[in-house]
Design a protein around this ligand. Structure first.
Ligand SMILES: Cc1cc2nc3c(=O)[nH]c(=O)nc-3n(C[C@H](O)[C@H](O)[C@H](O)COP(=O)(O)OP(=O)(O)OC[C@H]3O[C@@H](n4cnc5c(N)ncnc54)[C@H](O)[C@@H]3O)c2cc1C
Length: 500
């Protein structure tokens, strides 16, 4: 790979070449760019992003109240202190990311409005060729890169997932997906039904309830929530002592991660006790007469799906105030005036919001070929949820579900940079994760064990995802606490990585 940080033109006119091409300028892509500048200062790189600006998830989602559901000390990068309340709005996260870009001069490396459509690997040249379209001009553009760093997230940004219900066309009001929220949506004084029970529904409900005639969260089944003050007492204390923000960030991260580790382990070891703790916190907010059993008691054990944090109990306060309510029932069909439920009741609505999730988007809707053959991603086996058998010079950042995504983006960042530096030192141009002979007959398992974690978008898209083996090296373990020690110790010469 070249030593220069500036791109070079290849023989094919108009094709720009970079050592590394990063797909996406969300929290992962911007993090990848930062790690490259610090850990591989000689490498040239470019970030290609479809949208008009950076932020990914935080740029796409614009519904009222949009905020993180995990704390920003751990969702923030390890290298840039988070100095505000732990649960942050999208605007705050974008502003933080903007500072990262500016402070590290990453802006010149990012090309917005570049939608990548294909990526083709040539073993003869040890090179990826990436075709993209400029969404502003419609021009086709081409890049070559030695290494592809996939930071495209896990869901399709252009459109959310809305199930098909009978009678949808007969409904006289508006149907909106939160992912494509119209800027001018007028919900003042209207009856709004939000279908869903996850973090999005829980955020939206209190954010719109005060302006609506009434806001109803319609859920098929309940979800676990945690609640508390949107503040970290230890951070406040340290700040009062004028401790440096870098130290506060580090100490608070350690505290949060320790507590999350304990909580996760308890969820597996004593699920019933944890369940009762979560439910009693909800009961304390909603009072003894509220039917917590029906509306807030999931049938699954805690942590099998993501547990959203409700800052300052705003969801529960909205319900207690009478402006918002929860209905637990199933949809029979849409009718002119709203939704007919299986129980026979009708929910009248002017606006129905389908907070029903995402379309899993494996590899950013990019058509991959390897030496002319289409890549069937589900035929590969994943190396630690970041590389794939038979796919040379490529890594994907797929974060954690039970801990903040960015913890893993930082770990993968360190690993990729170490791998790139190792390849340079060895004078090799290709790396392919490969099963060792003794691993080749191991049963191929789905990407994740549904007993472990089973949100709808993963279950709907499991057939598209790579396979895993029953050993930590060949799966995404979702275990930050193990990976934080395992990743730096990965032996790049143990035969798993085949170089060329
Ligand atoms: C509403 C919401 C709240 C969330 N809150 C949290 C939270 O609190 N904590 C947490 O850990 N996780 C949270 N998540 C999960 C969240 O998506 C991830 O944590 C994280 O933001 C993903 O970052 P990313 O950069 O990997 O991907 P994304 O944010 O999805 O960004 C990917 C980028 O790649 C671009 N891209 C994709 N395909 C192409 C292509 N073909 N060509 C060019 N560009 C492309 C996209 O336009 C996008 O900008 C939340 C998700 C949602 C939807």
């Amino acid at each position: 790979m070249s030593e220069t940080a500036t791109p070079s033109r290849t023989a094919s006119q108009g094709t720009e070449h970079f050592d590394v091409l990063i797909v996406g300028a969300g929290i992962s892509g911007v993090g990848a760019a930062y790690h490259l500048t610090r850990q591989c200062p000689g490498k040239s790189f470019v970030v290609l992003e479809t949208q008009d600006s950076f932020g990914g998830t935080w740029w796409t989602h614009r519904y009222p109240g949009i905020r993180s559901d995990s704390d920003l000390h751990t969702f923030g990068y390890r290298f840039k202190p988070w100095t505000s309340a732990p649960i942050a709005t999208a605007a705050e996260i974008l502003s933080y990311m903007g500072e990262v870009i500016q402070e590290n001069d990453l802006g010149p490396h990012i090309r917005y409005r570049h939608k990548i459509s294909s990526a083709s690997w040539s073993s003869q040249e040890n090179l990826w060729t990436i075709e993209a379209t400029r969404t502003d001009t419609g021009d086709a553009v081409r890049f070559t890169a030695n290494f592809l760093w996939m930071c495209q997230g896990y869901y399709r940004h252009s459109v959310g997932y809305t199930p098909e219900w009978d009678g949808m066309a007969t409904f006289k009001g508006q149907i909106i997906h939160p992912q494509t929220w119209p800027e001018d949506l007028d919900y003042k004084g209207k009856n709004v039904v939000v279908i869903g029970s996850g973090a999005t529904a829980a955020t939206l409900l209190p954010a719109i309830a005060q302006d609506c005639a009434h806001a109803t969260m319609l859920q098929r089944s309940p979800t676990y929530f945690r609640t508390g003050r949107n503040a970290i007492a230890l951070a406040e204390e340290l700040r009062a002592l004028h401790i440096q923000e870098q130290w506060i960030h580090e100490i608070v991260r350690k505290k949060i991660l320790y507590e999350q580790d304990v909580f996760t382990r308890r969820s597996f070891a004593e699920p019933e006790v944890v369940k009762q703790e979560l439910l009693s916190a909800v009961r304390a907010q909603l009072g003894p007469d509220y039917d917590v059993e029906t509306h807030f008691t999931p049938s699954y054990r805690p942590w099998r799906q993501r547990i959203a944090f409700v800052p300052d109990a705003d969801l529960f306060k909205g319900i207690a105030s009478g402006k918002a309510s929860v209905v637990t029932d199933e949809i029979e069909r849409f009718v002119e005036s709203g939704i007919l439920l299986k129980s026979g009741k009708t929910l009248d609505a002017d606006i129905i919001i389908t907070a029903t999730g995402f379309h899993l988007n494996v590899l950013g809707d990019i058509a991959f070929t390897i030496d002319g053959e289409p890549l069937v991603f589900s035929d590969t086996v994943t190396y630690r949820g970041m590389m794939f058998t038979g796919v040379p010079n490529m890594a994907w950042v797929f974060g954690y579900f039970r801990a903040s995504w960015t913890l893993r983006a930082d770990l993968v960042g360190d690993f990729v940079c170490r791998l790139l530096n190792h390849m340079q030192a060895q004078g090799v141009r290709r790396v392919v994760p490969t099963l060792k002979p003794e691993e080749q007959d191991m049963p191929l398992l789905p990407w994740i064990d549904p007993e472990n974690f089973n949100p709808g978008y993963i279950m709907r898209g499991m057939h598209l995802l790579p396979k895993r083996l029953d050993k930590p090296e060949w799966q995404h373990t979702q275990d930050y606490w193990a990976e934080k020690d395992e990743f730096p110790a990965i032996d790049l010469t143990d035969g798993t990585f085949v170089y060329g």
